[in-house]
Design a protein around this ligand. Structure first.
Ligand code: EAX
Length: 325
């Protein structure tokens, strides 16, 4: 009888913590503030991990650049002083040039195509490649399609971009894209409200949620739906730390991050139409159908530039361009 009781007890205890033998807290860094795309992934991940491990695992989110900018968060993940990050793909390109493939201008027709590629074998090649820089690539969530805003004039075609001082992410590719489009691009880490407000830069480019959450409608009169780059986040862990976890814990974390990413992508997309209306109501003048053909033409020879010359990067770019044609 006693033996039976202990068996029941053992089963009960095991089912309380089905996936992990150890209790610990992991640190997750994002540069953005609550309500942002990155934070929605982070919060969903936290909720799922804590629920699925019955509280054995907990996630502490560091947001609003409290750990530094995205490049600095990545460096801390490499070192293992933070375990996880939801980081915009742009700033990854100084760690691994293969990431430039995702940020190639006008690559994806729509969100569905982005999901097919990034959740498939081509996306997996990027995640695997990151291991040589000390990251375990878990999956992709999204910032979304990027659009241009500026304080000076409506932009319909490349002529209107000529000479505009545009803030770009800390990414050699993003700088090259805006140079090709005729702007005067200035790489700068996030956040950038003050620089826009003071007129240090005329404009910037980001998905619609950014204009809402960071209130860019207060300081940027003009917006053009350029959708020039699909901006992913790469959801990563510190590779050394990851390798120290048992396989059940890895599986729980991997699955929770993917579920959080899928939740966030759907959430982000569902809100875009309403956001656009809200931004117009706030007074932004929106060019909804710019001359995309002319913009594409300006960046059409980017695949030949030095930034894509590494054979591994060139090969993935060629295959991805083929798959998205
Ligand atoms: O998500 O730096 C950027 O422009 C990013 O898109 C920013 O982190 C907002």
């Amino acid at each position: 009888m006693k033996y039976f009781f202990y068996c029941i007890l053992a089963v009960a205890v095991l089912s309380l913590a089905p996936h992990t033998s150890l209790a610990f807290t992991m640190k997750l860094g994002v540069v953005t503030k609550p309500g942002s795309a990155q934070n929605i992934v982070a919060e969903k991940f936290k909720e799922l991990v804590e629920q699925r491990s019955n509280g054995a695992l907990s996630v502490k989110i560091f947001h609003s650049a409290s750990l530094g900018n995205e490049t600095e968060i990545l460096q801390q993940i490499q070192l293992g002083t933070i375990q996880l990050g939801i980081i915009t793909s742009g700033p990854f390109d100084s760690f691994d040039p293969i990431v430039r493939v995702i940020d190639y201008p006008f690559l994806f027709k729509d969100s569905q195509q982005a999901d097919e590629i990034l959740d498939g074998p081509l996306g997996q090649e990027i995640l695997t490649s990151l291991e040589s820089s000390g990251f375990k690539g878990l999956c992709f969530s999204e910032n979304g399609f990027r659009n241009l805003t500026n304080s000076r004039k409506p932009v319909n075609s490349p002529n209107d971009i000529d000479g505009l001082k545009i803030r770009v992410m800390s990414s050699a590719l993003h700088k090259a894209i805006w140079q090709a489009l005729g702007a005067n691009p200035t790489p700068m880490p996030w956040p950038i409200y003050t620089e826009l407000e003071q007129g240090v830069i005329d404009g910037q480019e980001n998905p619609l949620w950014v204009m809402e959450v960071y209130k860019f409608y207060e300081i940027q009169k003009h917006m053009t739906l350029t959708r020039h780059v699909y901006s992913a986040h790469i959801d990563v862990a510190s590779l050394n730390w990851w390798n120290s976890l048992d396989s059940d814990t890895q599986e729980l974390l991997q699955k929770s991050m993917y579920d959080a990413a899928k939740f966030q992508r759907a959430d982000n997309r569902a809100k875009n139409a309403q956001r656009l209306e809200m931004l117009k109501q706030k007074g932004m003048k929106v060019v909804e159908t710019p001359d995309i053909g002319a913009l594409r033409e300006k960046v059409s020879s980017l695949k030949e530039i030095e930034l894509f010359s590494d054979p591994k990067v060139q090969s993935l770019l060629t295959r991805t361009l083929e798959a998205t044609r």
